[in-house]
Design a protein around this ligand. Sequence first.
Ligand code: BTN
Length: 236
Amino acid sequence: MIHFERIDSTNSYVLKNIDELEDGEIVIADSQTGGHGRFGREWVSRCTGNLYLTFVLKPHSYLYAANLTQYLSVVLVTVLKEYSVSANIKWPNDVLAGGGKIAGILCESSVFGGGIKGLALGIGVNLNMSGDDLCRISQKAASLNLLTGRQVNKMEFAEILSTEFFRHYSDFMETGFCFIRSEYEKYSNFLGGQIFVSDGGERFQYYAESLNDDGSLRVVDAEDCVKNLFSADIEL
Ligand code: BTN
């Protein structure tokens, strides 16, 4: 494990150093100055009690790489259960607990020519925050310590998370979304309900019907037109 006190971003570090880093390496930072999330958003990473971790992955096949964030969201829900916290997944990979977002997951790839050199699969988990810290985050957030009523040992959490991640990683990379489908559906909080999707300044409403075999979301609009969403930020 590579541990930094402070770095711009564990994902960026992995992408910059992908040639030297080994498959399966884990990079952790106590704080990040350039933590980022999906759609180029900032991931505020000042709280040293929280987890900022990136897995270095160089699989034989990248066929199911797009579903790795969904796999990691299921892994996290499993780990949170060990802390007696029940969590949900909001498509594609937001993990929610106690009514707020407790973690964010972002997978970035290092590309060369027509190929991929490796992946930086990053996760930020709110483990030890104060109520005031939480209020400063723009969207409704949650932190594990506030849900369990006790401080969380960050390195112990990182150990449990990575063990759980690698337990079924190879099986998942051979099978894809179907491998986690039933668990993912069980933890989903959006299926069978109305969702909102913002796109190009407009807000659309759909019925979230089902998940396709590739992890994309099948939705139906008010005119009964079916659409498949591959990437979006949904609101419930
Ligand atoms: C999101 O919800 O938009 C994803 C947030 C991902 C944050 C993690 S923290 C560790 C890693 N380093 C980053 O800069 N981002 C990811």
